[in-house]
Design a protein around this ligand. Structure first.
Ligand code: AMP
Ligand code: ZN
Length: 463
């Protein structure tokens, strides 16, 4: 098999993956802040991490995957100001922060399942690792990396020689002028390790610490928990590209200052899913969730298929038109695979040829769109023995996660009334009365079925 190459944000290069322990890979992914639903932009980040894990496993690595759950300390502003997102949501919804976290975490896990995303080996919640976070801050304090202000304990970013190496930040430029903008912090890039509860404020989530009652800063949880479960130096850390300049930069600074060791060997970041060219964010009022796509008649795996088509380092311009196109291609693939399952003729064995093409694609920094191209090439290759082809496709599905083994013809049991509507719509389409035909499509949709047009005529699917 070709060597596995991964793009490392730290070096801005594709590098051959060399694990710390032979045949094992330790991997940490920044997880959800559980104050609201995760939108499909967030889900792209987890689909990426899932694809990476699957490619590592395909290459024979035993992967230990850790995902954190941020249930305290993530403030509405990255500059350590504003409200705690969890406390704010608790007040808004009239529930406890614990209930809020429990609810959105549950929905998140259900969404992962719908998208065929494998569960990590370890889920770790920030509120369950307060001790570890305090220990890390104590270590940093002992080594002289911290200082105190009236609202918390801060990390002094100028004390860490390589601060900003991941994002290639020019610290000099950031330092000059405008002290006012960062209050009592000594430098703009300093960040909170521990925040004090404000005098007179009664927070739901607060803990005693050597510095006073309060709560940990957001960045410290990822360093404390990743090192607890994966060791002080581990293989891969993933997250969205938005995390490069602040969150991951700060994780590196505090971890490497505390241990004196290199923290992570490969930093990998997924580009954003965009809506009409703009970044999708929860704070801007959110975006579709997986359930909302289902309500619109999509199978969550249509979205998985869509994500497979764009390389993870390229922005994905999302639109329902794009999703429709992906859905049609995905459904066509399902039909072809279902047909393949009942094919009886014999053919030649092209396993090696396609295996090489597929493995070259996935091992070239996860080129999954090319891998999907290989699958289509196979499906259209009538000389390749159907049984062997199917067996190979099922193996490739360890990476693609489209559920090839389970694919079967869906028997649609529709009432006479619905079949009548389909017939009427077909007549209108043939008469090119598109607007009227669309009205029928809507009516069919209201009754819980989606009608799509194929070369063999209309097809019905249950939502
Ligand atoms: P959050 O719950 O906001 O902390 O985000 C969870 C994960 O989703 C992080 O790794 C983010 O970088 C990532 N993320 C947020 N928005 C997007 C987006 N539009 N596209 C891709 N990843 C995103
Ligand atoms: Zn993180």
């Amino acid at each position: 098999m070709t060597e596995l190459k991964l793009y490392n944000t730290l070096t801005r290069k594709k590098e051959v993956f060399k694990p710390i322990k032979k045949e094992e890979a330790g991997m940490y992914s920044c997880g959800p802040t559980v104050y609201w639903f995760q939108h499909i932009g967030n889900m792209r980040a987890y689909l990426f991490a899932d694809a990476l894990k699957r490619v590592l496993e395909y290459n024979g690595y035993k992967v230990k995957h850790v995902i954190n759950v941020t249930d305290v300390g993530h403030l509405t502003s990255d500059a350590d100001e504003g409200e705690d997102k969890m406390e704010k949501a608790a007040v808004k919804e009239g529930k406890s922060a614990e209930e809020i976290a429990g609810f959105y975490f549950k929905v998140f896990r259900e969404d992962l399942k719908k998208l065929n995303i494998k569960e990590p080996s370890v889920w770790c919640r920030a509120t369950e690792h307060i001790k570890e976070q305090i220990e890390l801050i104590k270590k940093l304090e002992e080594k002289g990396f911290t200082y105190k202000t009236s609202d918390g304990i801060y990390f002094n970013s100028t004390k860490f020689k390589d601060y900003g190496k991941l994002a290639r930040l020019k610290i000099g430029g950031l330092e000059s002028g405008k002290r006012v903008a960062f209050g009592e912090k000594k430098h703009r890039t300093d960040f909170a390790l521990w925040k004090f509860s404000s005098p007179g404020e009664k927070r739901q989530q607060e803990w005693k610490s050597p510095w006073g009652v309060g709560f940990p800063g957001w960045h410290v949880e990822c360093s404390a928990m990743s090192m607890k479960y994966l060791g002080e130096n581990f293989d891969i850390h993933t997250g969205g590209e938005d995390h490069i300049s602040v969150h991951h930069t700060n994780e590196i600074a505090q971890s490497e200052s505390a241990t004196g060791k290199k923290f992570v060997d490969y930093w990998m970041h997924v580009a954003f899913l965009l809506n009409k060219g703009e970044k999708v964010s929860k704070s801007k009022g959110g975006f579709f969730t997986v359930s909302e796509l289902q309500e619109k008649g999509y199978n969550p795996l249509d979205f998985r298929y869509l994500c497979l088509l764009t390389h993870y380092r390229k922005p994905l311009n999302f639109s329902l038109d794009n999703l429709d196109a992906a859905k049609n291609a995905h459904r066509k693939m399902i039909r072809k695979i279902v047909e393949l399952k009942s094919e009886k003729h014999k053919g030649q064995d092209d396993t090696e040829k396609y295996e090489e093409l597929f493995e070259n694609a996935i091992n070239d920094d996860l080129n999954l769109s090319e891998a999907i191209g290989v699958v289509w090439g196979m499906l259209d290759d009538f000389n390749f023995d159907p049984k062997k082809k199917l067996k190979l496709l099922e193996r490739f599905d360890q990476v693609l996660g489209l559920g090839i083994k389970e694919m079967k013809e869906e028997k649609v049991e529709a009432s006479k009334e619905i079949l009548e509507l389909v017939k009427e719509r077909e007549k209108l389409r043939k008469a090119k009365m598109w607007a009227d035909a669309d009205i029928f499509r809507e009516r069919i949709l209201e009754k819980g079925f989606i009608v799509s047009d194929t070369d063999d005529g209309p097809r019905l699917e249950k939502i």
